[in-house]
Design a protein around this ligand. Structure first.
Ligand code: ADP
Ligand code: F6P
Length: 552
């Protein structure tokens, strides 16, 4: 059996390859797409916020399989009926892993979000390297590994997501799981000078190398990972002959690749065009005074650069007094990780800044900053996206940032301008149509706001048209396809395969085609939900040749 990676290396004419994930895809992430919250009369189900949940929920809408994760509940809560109901509404099954209060404090808030989150976002001074957190992180990873091992068969493909679960591969291998396993990091991966501060760096790197594929949001993250291996784990050797680099350690080979995540563009666009959203968006514009509506939408997280954004907006109002009364910022934040001290401080800082700016500039009939602190439903969110003239997305550091892509998808009348941080994965990807800024440079952001507010309608349309093309092409379906497609390289590394199941089936027939210059491979996927024809260019980019129903 040939695989896609090695076949690009072989420059000879026609060849064929086929590859089957025979069983189901088992997604494993800390969070499920649903959050079960206790309230006075019992419990209710809410949508989880955050890029991982949004992207995966959209990407798996029509797929069968299992999604294993935490529903925000502790073991004593009886959530089976709610989980069953939520599974019935989906094509896949939800399986919950409950966390004790101690595990929530030391694994989720502690190791994941007081150590790895700040470290991976280049903010080591925010880390609290408590050794107890490490103990509980290992224990919870074993727990997720056990539940996954009970659920998966050798035919399945196990896809683990994000920094909460970096040790699950070794936990599962120890439990005897031989199914192929992939890992995708939704956050950035830091450079060696930052990563090496982590006391548990080596076991984490070693465990990651027990996955068959490791995916990153950008080449920069992947290169950082490779540089960390080189510095900290010299016994791991890098092989770069095939289309994607592979790392060899102790007889195992791991593919490492870049797979920038996207959104379900068509679905966002379709929903944004609904008359109810249009009406809601017009109502927002009627109620908000001013000509230019600037929108920020974020989890309330210090990586999102919200105080810096507010300071930039304040500078705009100071430097360009003619904008006063004409430009309004709507900042929507969803509460996040509220038990962690850094997040509590951030909320106070943001609320103080909002009140200072409003105190300094408010006039009768105009309030410069509208601050919304809650999780918006999809319809309301879309109405704000449509109503906005400027999407202001200025994280200090971000794996990708899906808000930037959602804003573009919702701009069906091509009226809005996107200002995006150069330090978000979305920045370099969208640079051809967006205004790129350094979020630490308040003056640059203020100027970008002024430029966007005064830009001609034609330039806005041209830029937004370009942005929408990129977001449409690099959508979540493509992200899933390209990650799964990286698996054949891992198959060479010795992952076992077995008989078929009725779940997700993904078959490729790949060949060289001399009639198409610049095309490295033609692949045909046999599944009603999977695009039937596309090609991988010699630049290693995947492009569409035909469409299937339900696909972009
Ligand atoms: P992260 O994963 O770090 O939170 P992303 O920008 O990639 O960052 O993803 C955030 C997701 O959460 C988006 O899908 C966005 O629509 C959603 N979101 C953010 N803030 C809100 C909010 N206030 N209400 C509803 N959804 C929100
Ligand atoms: O995308 C990054 C991420 O950390 C996801 O892993 C997570 O689901 C999301 O942000 C929201 O964070 P949390 O799960 O801590 O609410």
């Amino acid at each position: 059996m040939t695989n896609i990676a090695t076949s690009t290396k072989e420059s000879t004419a026609r060849m064929s390859a086929s590859r089957v994930i025979k069983g189901r895809v088992i997604n494993v992430s800390n969070r499920l797409p649903i959050l079960i919250r206790k309230h006075a009369g019992g419990a209710r189900v809410e949508r989880s916020s955050g890029g991982l949940a949004t992207a995966l929920e959209a990407g798996w809408r029509h797929q069968r399989g299992v999604w294993i994760g935490w529903a925000g509940t502790s073991p004593e809560q009886h959530i089976d009926p709610l989980l069953l109901k939520a599974s019935q509404d989906r094509s896949y099954t939800l399986r919950s892993v409950s966390l004790t209060d101690d595990e929530i404090a030391k694994f989720y808030s502690g190791f994941a979000n007081e150590i790895i989150w700040p470290l991976f976002h280049d903010m080591p001074s925010r880390c609290n390297f408590d050794p107890e957190y490490w103990e509980i992180y290992q224990r919870v990873n074993r727990k997720f590994g056990r539940v996954t091992a009970e659920t998966a068969t050798d035919d399945d493909f196990i896809w683990v997501h994000d920094y909460h679960l970096m040790l699950t591969a070794s936990a599962m291998r120890q439990a005897g799981v031989s199914a192929p396993m992939g890992f995708f990091l939704h956050t950035p991966f830091p450079a060696p000078d930052i990563f090496e501060k982590l006391p548990w760096k080596k076991p984490i790197l070693r465990s990651l190398l027990e996955f068959d594929v490791i995916g990153f949001q950008s080449d920069h993250d992947r290169e950082n990972f490779a540089a960390c291996l080189e510095r900290l784990l010299p016994e791991a050797t890098m092989e770069s002959g095939s289309r994607r680099p592979q790392v060899r350690l102790g007889g195992r080979r791991t593919v490492i690749g870049t797979f920038p995540i996207g959104i379900d563009f068509d679905e966002f666009t379709r929903q944004a065009a609904e008359p109810a959203i249009e009406e809601h968006s017009a109502e927002i514009r009627r109620r908000l005074s001013g000509d230019t509506l600037v929108l920020g939408v974020d989890r309330l997280d210090y990586t999102k650069g919200i105080p810096e954004r507010l300071k930039s907006f304040r500078l705009l109002l100071r430097r360009f007094p003619e904008q006063r009364g004409h430009i309004t910022l709507v900042q929507v934040v969803v509460p996040s990780r509220e038990e962690i001290p850094n997040y509590k401080h951030l909320r106070r800082e943001v609320e103080l800044l909002v009140s200072q700016i409003n105190g300094e500039f408010t006039e009768p009939g105009w309030v410069p900053v509208h601050y919304i602190h809650r999780n918006l439903g999809r319809e309301e969110l879309l109405a704000y996206y449509r109503a906005a003239d400027i999407g202001l997305v200025t994280p200090l550091k971000d794996g990708m940032n899906l808000v930037a892509k959602e804003f573009c998808a919702a701009q069906i009348d091509e009226r809005g301008v996107l200002i995006v941080s150069e330090f978000a994965g979305a920045g370099p990807e969208l640079r051809s149509g967006a205004i790129l800024v350094n979020p630490n440079d308040f003056s640059e952001v203020a100027q970008a706001l002024h430029d966007a507010a005064t830009m001609s309608a034609e330039e806005k349309r041209n830029r937004m048209r370009l942005l929408r093309q990129i977001v449409k092409e690099h959508n979540v379906q493509r992200w899933i396809r390209s990650f799964l497609e990286a698996m054949p390289e891992a198959e060479v590394a010795g992952s076992k395969r077995g008989a078929s199941d009725s779940g997700f089936q993904y078959t490729f027939n790949s060949r060289r085609d001399e009639t198409m210059p610049g095309v490295a491979l033609i692949a045909t996927a046999h599944h009603p939900k999977v695009r039937p024809r596309y090609h991988i260019g010699s630049d290693a980019k995947l492009r569409v040749l035909g469409k299937a129903s339900g696909e972009d």
